[in-house]
Design a protein around this ligand. Structure first.
Ligand code: PLP
Length: 344
């Protein structure tokens, strides 16, 4: 065990309300593989949040959610267009390529956000049998840099995708944080982006371990039930994944969890801004602060609150806040900075 730091929202505890929901689900017997009543009720709850056409399914982790979305929508000769920092492109040990055979074409950009003008030049070999055929745009919302696509940006990308016969996928491992930042509902995001699929996360926002995939068109997911099983992501005791999402999506719990980590990130950024040795390099729109720090401060600062270096060329640290961080974690960190500044 170590004290609370800024390592990752994956390091955080399970929110007590999620545990309570798991305990409530832990009675009697229930049918397996998603055929139980609690799973059905929770899938209905997804419709109230994502719109009446939302078809949701539960999986164990975010990498699998992405893989299932890609496999369901794509054939193996088709390519995925992603930001060069997209988790699916650089942090999933090529699981999407391995499972679906799809090439991932990455676009370099400064803030994790794709634009239609980035994608257009990639489409020139449409119809050329020698080239993998771009067929899906994946957007991470919020991005790995903690930036958030506005509803207008999502709308523009959506229109571009439709005009060019491309599917749109949202990697929403932290989608609630984006909704909290935009002060909008999940349905607002769906209306703007008109996505074909969403990987919707829970684990990074206080669940013990549950993610969902959401589709909107039954015609496009005729093979999903086979892929769900073949990819080893059909949970036998689905009710315990559903129970976590049921609590998460009830009484605004998801938004209050997200808002807390966003507020803490803002607070940390505000405090860091007082120190000229530190440069915040991205807008703080989600629960992470990306900051250039002096190299020789790294070890002592990590001892006061652990974090990862995101970019070892530029020496940029990723300081990630979670729902269970406390203001004292920030003061401990800032006090350490003040001490370091006094050291000659
Ligand atoms: C944006 C994003 N997508 C997907 C994932 C994958 O989640 P998992 O680690 O549960 O496979 C992560 C994990 O950090 C992530 O940050």
């Amino acid at each position: 065990m170590s004290h609370r730091g800024f390592g990752s929202d994956n390091h955080a505890t399970v929110h007590p309300k999620i545990f309570e929901s798991l305990l409530r689900a832990n009675i009697d017997h229930a049918p397996s593989y998603g055929t139980d009543q609690l799973t059905e009720q929770t899938r209905e709850l997804f419709k109230t949040h994502f719109g009446p056409s939302a078809l949701s399914f539960f999986v164990f982790n975010g990498t699998a959610a992405n893989v299932l979305c890609f496999r369901t929508l794509l054939q193996s000769h088709e390519a995925i267009i992603a930001s060069d920092t997209a988790h699916a492109a650089v942090d999933e040990c090529s699981a999407p390529e391995f499972h679906g055979g799809n090439k991932i074409i990455t676009v370099k950009n400064p803030d994790g956000k794709l634009k239609p003008s980035d994608i257009k030049p990639l489409l020139i070999r449409k119809g050329d049998q020698h080239a993998a055929q771009p067929r899906l745009i994946t957007l991470t919302q919020p991005t790995e840099w903690g930036t958030v696509y506005s509803l207008k940006e999502l709308g523009d990308l959506s229109q571009f995708a439709k005009e060019n016969g491309l599917f749109l996928h949202l990697d929403g491992a932290r989608l609630t944080n984006a909704a909290a930042h935009l002060k909008c509902t999940f349905e607002d995001i769906v209306r703007a982006a008109r996505p074909d699929a969403i990987s919707f996360g829970g684990t990074k926002n206080g669940l013990m371990g549950a993610e969902a995939v959401i589709f909107f068109d039954p015609e496009k997911i005729k093979n999903f039930k086979y892929i769900h099983k073949q990819e080893m992501q059909l949970p036998s005791k689905t009710r315990f994944l559903a129970a976590q999402f049921q609590a998460y999506l009830t009484d605004g719990l998801c938004y209050s969890i997200a808002q807390r980590s966003l507020d803490l990130a803002q607070e940390l950024a505000k405090e860091l801004d007082h120190h000229k040795e530190i440069e915040i390099v991205q807008k703080v729109q989600s629960n992470a602060v990306f900051a250039k720090i002096p190299k020789d401060w790294t070890k002592p600062l990590k001892e006061s609150a652990f974090f990862y270096m995101w970019d070892e060329q530029e020496w940029i640290a990723r300081l990630m806040l979670s729902h269970d961080n406390e203001p004292e974690d920030i003061s401990r960190f800032i006090n350490r900075i003040k001490d370091l500044k006094k050291t000659p």
